[in-house]
Write a protein that binds this ligand. Structure first.
Ligand SMILES: CC(C)(COP(=O)(O)OP(=O)(O)OC[C@H]1O[C@@H](n2cnc3c(N)ncnc32)[C@H](O)[C@@H]1OP(=O)(O)O)[C@@H](O)C(=O)NCCC(=O)NCCS
Length: 226
């Protein structure tokens, strides 16, 4: 299967104008089974079309903001007809959380960069905030003293295109750069992502339980030439 990849799928940088296609065709369809989506939208099974459409518009605005802010790095994978079928994002943490005190306003700015100006009617704000706080606490527990980390923030392949090596294609690129820079890797992984990250040397270091499944805290020690 992997020998077909070079011709069937193309890895490239993301443009701001890709947000629509990535939201519609990749990110929102891919995340439907994940604990984060299901915690945020507990009525996930009974949402009507207009509510789904509103959620998708919200994600698209968030992606547009993130692409514009350029605080994170993004890549897409397109099929032969140019439609995005895979998407990933990551951010580099150069200085440990504990040493970032003086950079606090900058950190807040970075967090704000992605946010949309409105919220979907079906979002369970309390559930979302509580889970976000648990995830932040776990991230801090693992990374607090560490510098030079590549933290994965997005990894999604359209359900119809999964298991064809697209996730691995994106991970290969990210890990190559991570290793060249002598960085460690970190991800808070949805259940479907755990086998992919394990394949690329991420080790399980913790768990965050939700009512919709476990989010796994995974760390990849530096394997670079440093
Ligand atoms: C996780 C995800 C990105 C993987 O993408 P993919 O293109 O299917 O990944 P690959 O085809 O490169 O598979 C990589 C490895 O993951 C594992 N894997 C992928 N899908 C799997 C499945 N359904 N069951 C078990 N293992 C699976 C296998 O180990 C596979 O390696 P192998 O084929 O060499 O055995 C994709 O399943 C997805 O988008 N899921 C929904 C969103 C999500 O949960 N993202 C993770 C957020 S942290």
């Amino acid at each position: 299967m992997n020998s077909m990849l070079q011709t069937d799928f193309k890895l490239s940088d993301v443009e701001i104008s890709d947000a629509q296609d990535i939201g519609h065709h990749v990110e929102v369809p891919a995340m439907q089974n994940g604990p984060l989506y299901r915690t945020m939208f507990p009525q996930f099974n009974t949402l009507i079309e207009a509510q789904r459409e509103q959620i998708t518009r919200w994600y698209i605005e968030m992606l547009e903001n993130a692409f514009q802010a350029r605080e994170e790095r993004f890549l897409k994978v397109c099929s032969v007809n140019g439609t995005p079928v895979g998407f990933c994002g990551w951010t580099v943490i150069e200085q440990s959380y504990d040493r970032q005190q003086t950079g606090e306003p900058r950190k807040k700015e970075r967090e704000k960069a992605r946010k949309a100006s409105w919220l979907p009617d079906t979002l369970d704000i309390d559930g979302w905030v509580a889970l976000s706080n648990d995830l932040k606490a776990e991230r801090y527990r693992v990374l607090k003293d560490l510098d030079n980390i590549c933290r994965l923030t997005f990894m999604a392949v359209h359900p119809k295109y999964q298991r064809q090596g697209i996730g691995s294609m994106m991970m290969q690129r990210i890990c190559k750069e991570t290793d060249q820079q002598g960085r460690c890797g970190y991800v808070l992984a949805a259940p479907e992502g755990v086998p992919l990250y394990s394949k690329f040397g991420f080790e399980i270091v913790g768990h965050v339980e939700t009512t919709h499944g476990t989010i796994t805290s995974m760390f990849r020690p530096s394997q670079g030439p440093c």
